[in-house]
Ligand binder design. Structure first.
Ligand code: ADP
Ligand code: MG
Length: 697
């Protein structure tokens, strides 16, 4: 199989195609196109319909269509801005084409009485429908009916390659494969069982779909071509993930064997008893750490479920085995808070914990780096700065990534490479408070082991949530007043720092003024991402110490901030935020013994979608249910964090649209891996977007 495929024309470099030299080839590389097959799998993102002309009388504003008619007048309009206006008509109406740039030759070719055919976007102008700079051709006779019954593809482009050229190049790729059709990489019985079309016809149809007789163009997911390709892509993704796991399991890690009793001492020093759920997860982690293969375990646990303790228990085990631990947090604020928590737990036990962030002075930073390199620093907490160059560890044994969904793909990888000493890979623990539904988890995290913290620490009373329009501000103020009187604290969160000219959204700076004026006796502070880290530090510390009553903040406090005495959170312009984000924010309260409350304020009239979202927030505090709803309302990219990092995960598959396919996909992936391994590598190679793409977590 392997050798046959290598001699396949689709695997040839694009330079084998006519007229593609090194310059064009290097431009194509920017689109991830190296081989002929990459062109075949460079799918159009939309289509143009040049299969028919639309009667002028039936035009709709902003449609991109083809029209044809007889020229009735040609004018140079010089009154405002030089332009050539060509009016033409068919049996149903009259419209015009407007050109701002044109040559003398173009002008003379456009004669009254000739015929014109234009393709472009129609717009309503003062003088009726018009197209500005459409593609057009002139005829001396009524233009013939369009030849094609297929749609024209529109591709993502790159420097030096326009749409027509891209179409030519893709066509050339198809021509290149006429002698030997593109390899069929799904077994025949799978194709039959799942009622899929052949790869050959799928590719042809995806690039230029047939227009059906009714004139409707079916380019949606249940079109056979699309379904076939989505299916194959998901199978390939699935087996790539599983292979990744096998690969990991065949590499080596240090077996963690504690020399002392640090774990027990940590446990004894706690001010609370771990929940059963925490204990189970810790046991699962320790079992991994004792093995000589690297752990890659995801811990899912709702906000407030106590993931930090689980991380600390893992860290204690590794430190006691003579290795270092790196804890990565997505924000400085969270890194600083982890520093405090870890310091409080570990310093009394004689373990050095240090912080490394991008904002530290060079001098302190060098000190920290020295400690990491020398090995004295056993636990380092940090942000992105942890994977910068020059940062070295002596014996990195465990990487803990908190709030994993906030990080990009490549970053985690860079850190992992830092640990590769003596051919050993560090263990990895990934934590997330954004639980994802089970089938999705199976599909996306097929290369991870997953543990879930399923209960909250005892005594927590669920946060109650209320939704008000902006008029609810006064009510919120009264609530704050009464809870401050009882010695509790509150957050007041806004989506942006400063007032925006373009967005109708509450800003933190203004909210601070409002809260200060409304509560003159209370201590109010403002925290946001533009503050220096020592300023943020100072504010967070005084809030924690109870010296601030109301903390007005942007969403910098979204992840991880832990102040149990804060029992009310007001969120302004809540309709602008995603469900998972709201859930994260709300998770900042309800961490103490008092009944906590969350007030969601919105501005203006709510869209149907926004209303539904806020309603979900009011009805449940269950992270899984919220994630499920978020998926329904927004799509998986958001949930899995790909949108934030901009990584393109799929060429054609899309979630949640395609989730119905997942059960079948997993079945087929397992079948291929166990019974038809010859398909595995070719499939992965075919669909890989770029090197390393599939090692996303
Ligand atoms: P998250 O899972 O959101 O990261 P944290 O680790 O920040 O949650 O824990 C939330 C709060 O619960 C912290 O104040 C922590 O000290 C406390 N906590 C964690 N585990 C327990 C427990 N078993 N019993 C009581 N409180 C706990
Ligand atoms: Mg946390």
């Amino acid at each position: 199989m392997e050798t046959v495929l290598n001699s396949h024309p689709e695997e040839n470099p694009v330079t084998e195609l006519p007229r593609i030299g090194p310059k064009l080839a290097s431009n194509l590389e920017k689109l991830g196109i190296f081989q002929v097959k990459d062109l075949l799998f460079h799918f159009p993102y939309r289509f143009q319909d040049k299969t028919r002309t639309v009667p002028i009388g039936a035009l709709v504003n902003a449609q991109t269509v083809m029209v044809a008619g007889r020229i009735v007048s040609v004018n140079d309009n010089i009154r405002y801005r030089r332009a050539l206006i060509v009016r033409f008509e068919d049996d149903s109406g009259r419209m015009s084409m407007r050109l701002f740039h044109y040559s003398y030759k173009q002008k003379t070719a456009l004669e009254r009485g000739s015929w014109i055919r234009c393709f472009g976007e129609v717009r309503i102008s003062q003088h009726g429908y018009e197209m500005v700079h459409p593609e057009y051709s002139v005829f001396q006779y009524p233009p013939p009916a369009p030849q094609s019954d297929r749609l024209t593809p529109v591709y993502r482009l790159t420097e030096g390659i326009g749409q027509p050229m891209m179409r030519k190049i893709v066509n050339a790729a198809f021509d290149h494969c006429t002698q030997r059709p593109v390899a069929e990489l799904l077994p025949l019985d799978v194709i039959r069982r799942y009622d899929l079309c052949s790869i050959g016809s799928a590719l042809k149809d995806i690039h230029s779909p047939l227009v059906s007789e009714s004139g409707l163009t079916a380019v949606d997911a249940d079109q056979p071509a699309k379904r076939r390709l989505i299916f194959e892509e998901l199978v390939s993704f699935q087996i790539a993930r599983r292979q990744q796991k096998q690969l990991r399991q065949s590499s080596e890690a240090a077996c963690m064997q504690p020399a002392g009793d640090l774990s027990r001492r940590l446990k004894d020093s706690l001010k609370f008893t771990p929940t059963d759920s925490q204990r189970t997860v810790i046991r699962e982690i320790l079992a991994d750490l004792k093995k000589a293969t690297p752990m890659l375990r995801l811990v899912q646990g709702d906000v407030g479920s106590g993931k930090t303790l689980v991380a600390a228990a893992a860290a204690a085990w590794v430190v006691d085995s003579g290795y270092q631990v790196a804890v990565m947090a997505p924000t400085e604020l969270l890194a600083e808070q982890h520093l405090k928590t870890f310091y409080d737990w570990f310093a009394p036990l004689g373990i050095e914990v240090l912080l490394l962030t991008g904002r530290m002075s060079a001098k302190i930073r060098r000190q920290v780096e020295r400690g990491m390199k020398g090995g004295q620093t056993r636990i380092v907490i940090g942000t992105h700065a942890l994977f910068q160059e020059g940062v070295e560890f002596k014996r990195l044994g465990l990487i803990i990534v908190d709030e994993q969904h906030r990080f990009g793909v490549g970053q985690r990888f860079a850190l992992r490479e830092k640990g590769v000493a003596d051919q050993q890979v560090p263990h990895q623990l990934v934590m997330t408070a954004t639980p994802i539904p089970r089938t999705l988890a199976m599909a996306f995290y097929a290369d991870l082991d997953v543990s879930s913290i399923t209960e909250l620490p005892p005594g927590r009373i669920p946060v109650t949530t209320e939704v008000f329009s902006t008029g609810g501000r006064e009510q919120a103020i009264r609530k704050i007043e009464s809870l401050c009187a009882a010695g509790q604290q509150a957050y007041w969160v806004c989506p942006i720092i400063d007032k925006s000219e373009v967005l109708d959204v509450e800003s933190a700076v203004e909210a601070q003024k409002y809260v200060e004026q409304s509560l003159p006796a209370r201590r109010v502070a403002l925290i946001h991402g533009r503050l220096k880290s020592d300023q943020k530090d100072r504010i967070m510390n005084s809030f924690r110490a109870g010296e601030i009553d109301v903390l007005v903040a942007t969403t910098v406090i979204e992840v991880g901030v832990d102040v149990p005495n804060a029992s009310l959170m007001v969120i302004e312009s809540a309709e602008r935020m995603g469900l998972s984000q709201l859930h994260q924010l709300r998770g900042r309260v309800g961490r103490g013994a008092a009944q906590a409350m969350c007030v969601l304020l919105y501005r203006g009239k709510l869209s149907e979608m926004a209303r539904k979202r806020l309603q979900v927030m009011r009805e449940t505090t269950d992270g899984f249910r919220i994630a499920e709803q978020d998926l329904r309302l927004r799509g998986a990219g958001e949930l899995l964090g790909t949108r934030q990092t901009g990584a393109q995960m799929f060429r054609i598959a899309e979630f949640p649209r395609d989730r119905e396919l997942l059960d079948d996909v997993i079945e087929v992936a397992e079948l291929l891996l166990s019974q038809q391994p010859e398909f595995v590598q070719p499939l992965i190679r075919r669909w890989a977007i770029r090197e390393g793409q599939y090692s996303a977590v």
